[in-house]
Design a binder for this molecule. Structure first.
Ligand SMILES: Cc1cc2nc3c(=O)[nH]c(=O)nc-3n(C[C@H](O)[C@H](O)[C@H](O)COP(=O)(O)O)c2cc1C
Length: 194
């Protein structure tokens, strides 16, 4: 198995971080890897907003808690969204798992490949973080709630253009504790025609 395949197979979503901030060198490598993701027609219309100021992260977390409290989901809603809303009722809830760095990936609302391009950039972020001994996790709460006016206003204040929406976000930091085992891969997801 070569190093790239090994890196892909051993990456895990990490949900517990210690307080140490990642180095600027590591951040630079992670962002550069994100920028090197493929994009439709080489659009590169994404924006990577890196938040490392803990007060801002805490404020965003409180906003997310309030935004969840203000939305209602019916029983057909995506179950992870319903679980997140319930979890957000708890005082200690932190959507970014207290990671010291959050990278919010946004892209243009009217660009049809926005999610695809941003997803590829996010995977580059996760794999590069892992290759540098860092943990990471996709956190979707800002994506789910970015149209809530208070959340949108906070994103604008952070410099995210009004014509962008949140595609996803990456929590990044040093893992606190052992890496969880890989969830089993489901069978029956390959259709080989030859
Ligand atoms: C589009 C997407 C959204 C996700 N949203 C969240 C999230 O909001 N919170 C979270 O803890 N994990 C989130 N995850 C991580 C998945 O739960 C995780 O990738 C999956 O359980 C497989 O585990 P692994 O990443 O360790 O292989 C998300 C993953 C993807 C691809």
């Amino acid at each position: 198995m070569n190093d790239i395949i090994q890196n892909i197979k051993t990456r895990r979503s990490i949900r517990k971080y210690d307080k140490r901030q990642i180095t600027d060198e590591a951040l630079g490598s992670i962002i550069e890897a994100a920028q090197y993701a493929p994009s439709g027609s080489n659009s590169q219309s994404w924006l990577f907003t890196v938040i490392q100021k803990q007060e801002i992260l805490s404020e965003l977390n409180q906003l997310i808690r309030r935004a969840f409290a203000g939305v209602t989901f019916d029983e057909h809603e995506y179950p992870a969204k319903i679980r997140s809303k319930q979890a957000a009722e708890k005082e200690h809830y932190c959507f970014y798992y207290h990671a010291p760095t959050l990278i919010v990936v946004t892209n243009k609302q009217d660009y049809p490949n926005a999610m695809a391009d941003s997803g590829l950039a996010l995977e580059n972020i996760f794999l590069t973080a892992h290759s540098l001994g860092l943990g990471s996790c996709w956190v979707n709460q800002l994506a789910w709630l970015c149209a809530v006016p208070e959340v949108r206003a906070a994103l604008t204040k952070l410099g995210i253009p009004e014509d962008h929406f949140v595609c996803g976000a990456a929590a990044i930091g040093y893992p606190d504790g052992p890496q969880p085992p890989a969830p089993l891969r489901k069978p029956g997801t390959v259709n080989l025609v030859r």
